[in-house]
Design a protein around this ligand. Structure first.
Ligand code: FMN
Length: 176
């Protein structure tokens, strides 16, 4: 069973990338098969609902998402939603998301946007029948320092989210 971690921030000093790296570290230490997709390394066109779906980098992203039973999306919260880069990735890759288990690692400026990932979660659930892992991470800038996660509670929550995603994915894959 393979897992994919997507880092969706295009910021070079991203906090959510630190969450993605921690999830990767935990899953590798557990012996899981993990691939990573950092959207900074794979520039994507804006989805036009037509020809952009054939762009070589879009096809490369599809090839990474397709074999994953579980996907962990690390995303900044922008304007009470996942950032446009993550939403664009989902728009571009569409049906390849069908029946995936999806977990979320979110970073935001403040606590008020706590429920803002629900728009993307609902879309994945209702459009593509994804199973959304109820344990998700929401961290703000105060929980990071010196290019690392400073809050041990967040470190623990990342591990719980990563392991829950792996567990749901393995269980549902066995059941299908
Ligand atoms: C365009 C933009 C919109 C943002 N919108 C929100 C928001 O709605 N709610 C919030 O709590 N933080 C918001 N923020 C703050 C970011 O979520 C925060 O800086 C976060 O750390 C970004 O993630 P990253 O460090 O992984 O890039 C916004 C930041 C930007 C640049």
């Amino acid at each position: 069973m393979s897992l994919l971690i997507i880092s969706g921030s295009l910021n070079s000093d991203s906090y959510s990338r630190l969450l993605a790296r921690e999830a990767e570290r935990v899953l590798r230490a557990d012996g899981q098969e993990v691939a990573t997709l950092d959207l900074r390394d794979l520039p994507l066109p804006f989805c036009d609902g037509d020809k952009t779906r054939e762009h070589p980098n879009v096809l490369a992203a599809q090839r990474m998402i397709a074999p994953a039973a579980g996907v962990i999306i690390a995303t900044p919260i922008y304007n009470y939603d996942a950032n446009a880069a993550v939403k664009n990735l989902v728009e571009l890759t569409g049906a390849v998301w069908e029946n995936k288990v999806v977990g979320f690692l979110c970073t935001a400026g403040a606590s008020g946007s706590f429920m803002s990932i629900l728009g993307l979660a609902n879309s994945l659930m209702l459009d593509f029948r994804c199973v959304i892992v109820p344990r998700f991470v929401y961290a703000t800038g105060q929980q990071f320092a010196n290019d690392a996660i400073a809050d041990v509670k967040i470190v623990g929550r990342v591990a719980e989210c990563a392991r829950s995603t792996a567990h749901f994915a393995a269980t549902l894959k066995l059941a299908s």
